[in-house]
Design a protein around this ligand. Sequence first.
Ligand code: ADP
Ligand code: MG
Length: 245
Amino acid sequence: MSDQLLEIKDLHVNAGEKEILKGLNLNIKKGEVHVIMGPNGAGKSTLANVILNNPQYTKTSGSVEFEGENINNLSTDQIAKKGIFMSFQLPEEIPGISTMNFLKYAKNKVTEKPVKIFEFKDTVKKYSEELSMNPKLIERNLNVGFSGGEKKKNEILQMLVLNPKLAILDETDSGLDVDAIKTVSKGIEMFKNENNAVLIITHNTKILHSLKVDYVHVLVNGKIVKTGGQELASDIEENGYAQYK
Ligand code: ADP
Ligand code: MG
């Protein structure tokens, strides 16, 4: 059994007529934490969305493989069932469904098994406590009236509950205060093990102060222009992205 989870080869992606990803390569193995950093508009969210095959984007060439299988043309729900999770940069407010019921429904769909309700509620409660979430939030409508920080923690709660093989976190750290960033890092630490992987997308380096990562990639203008370790983040912190243009 190979350790390879995600393999992206020479991926070119358009939104309408506009080319956004311009030959992107990325390999993620089990047990690894990767970070993609880059300036606004570089294509980071596009990359996350295109892995999950959001129909707004078209792959014009190249491939996305997951556990050795080409998933270019699978639907988003099929990809989720394979074990890829993505958190949203801007989580939607969904009136009419409580956070708990949403989680239960999502878990049900992804695993294709009925959820054992008492056990499940205990799990959700335990994780939400670890994330220092107000216990009332899980009974409230999904994200409705949640603060920015509460929405982001709720994304981490979903990751923990759904327990995917690959979690892609798009700017989960953005707009958070120092304590909330620490909580998000703690959630990532709790999640990660030798059989799964995390891809963190961010444009700032703060989260890397409280989280150890294996690889840092710099994404500029639709391509990964540099890959390194944690030290690359410190370099960006000091010198910015201008050096990569
Ligand atoms: P990042 O997340 O790195 O800030 P994005 O992936 O959101 O960047 O966007 C990259 C570029 O692609 C931007 O110029 C953005 O306006 C454009 N873009 C993203 N999504 C779409 C879309 N659905 N339609 C048209 N242009 C898009
Ligand atoms: Mg983005």
